[in-house]
Design a protein around this ligand. Structure first.
Ligand code: OGA
Ligand code: MN
Length: 291
């Protein structure tokens, strides 16, 4: 099997070719994909017509999958495949842009990293483009590894012992989405370290996102501004890889070290149907944190 790797941005992201990942992948090929994931942080595969079952099977090679939250606005629960779309599966019609479900999903248009509001934040996400709009609806990525490497050593050292509070109720509030009481109780604020290290290659990055509300022990506004600056440093236009979707693309990203956000599209006009599987992280980033 001749796996090809073509870099998509000078600092990160690569397109992988020469492999059909909708079918069982042999161990050697999988290892090459897994290594590329640690190296490039974002992997793009074209022409992979997944259904939910084959997407779950491939995703499971990376580890256990996160269940989709039960109380989530717009359904979900009892499955490991999240519906990231503007189409109501019950009626197969476009959802109202100002309705509860689409307001909630618009939180994806803020720079974030998946599940950082959980005690064990996600390792990887895999997004499958099942039906994509002819224009708009891109997904953008930025590397917090590259941005960390650019900081001067004093600044890197200053980040080392900081801990941030990540809070889903806070970040959904940013887009005017109100979580149900049950959902809020299911997702209490959690703590995450601000500096993470990739266990496979020792590369470090800072770790923050829209879900990060403040820094432990700092005045709320000061911590928020500090983290907004870190996000801004990572997401300068020249440092962003923009993925323009083709139907049947699969994009995998490393939530431990990249930020991503969805871009808008003509939501009343075009359907956009995406499915996401999420590979769980291997533990809390702050020792001893259990919920
Ligand atoms: C996600 C997400 C962005 C998009 O699925 O986690 O943030 O472009 N998606 O759909
Ligand atoms: Mn996301």
């Amino acid at each position: 099997m001749a796996l090809s790797i073509r870099t998509l941005h000078e600092n990160f992201a690569a397109e992988i070719g020469g492999v059909d990942i909708t079918r069982e992948v042999d161990d050697e090929t999988f290892r090459a994909i897994r290594n590329a994931f640690d190296e490039y942080s974002v992997l793009v595969f074209h022409d992979q017509p997944f259904d939910d079952e084959s997407q779950v099977a491939f995703s499971r090679r990376f580890g256990d999958l996160e269940p989709v939250a039960r109380n989530r606005v717009g359904g979900g629960g009892g499955t490991s495949v999240a519906d990231i779309s503007n189409v109501d599966p019950a009626t197969d019609t476009i959802l109202p842009v100002d309705g509860e479900v689409m307001t909630y999903r618009s939180g994806n248009e803020l720079w974030h990293t998946d599940s950082s509001f959980k005690a064990i934040p996600a390792m990887a996400s895999m997004l499958s483009g099942r039906e994509v709009p002819p224009q708009g609806g891109e997904t953008e990525f930025a590397s917090m590894r590259t941005a960390y490497a650019r900081l001067d050593p004093d600044r890197q050292a200053a980040l080392e012992d900081l801990i941030a509070v990540h809070d889903y109720t806070y970040s959904r509030g940013l887009v005017g989405s109100k979580l149900s009481q049950g959902h809020q109780q299911e997702m209490p604020p959690v703590q995450q370290v601000l500096v993470r290290t990739n266990p496979a290659n020792g590369r470090k990055n800072y770790f923050t996102a829209s879900h990060a509300s403040h820094i432990v022990g700092w005045p709320e506004e000061k911590g928020r501004a500090y983290m907004e600056d870190l996000v801004a440093r990572a997401t300068a236009p020249e440092d962003v890889y923009t993925h323009e979707w083709r139907q049947h693309d699969l994009v995998i990203w490393d939530n431990r070290c990249v930020l991503h956000r969805g871009r808008s599209w003509e939501k009343t006009r075009y359907r956009r149907i995406m499915r996401r599987t999420t590979v769980a992280g291997d533990g809390p980033t702050v020792p001893g944190q259990s919920h």
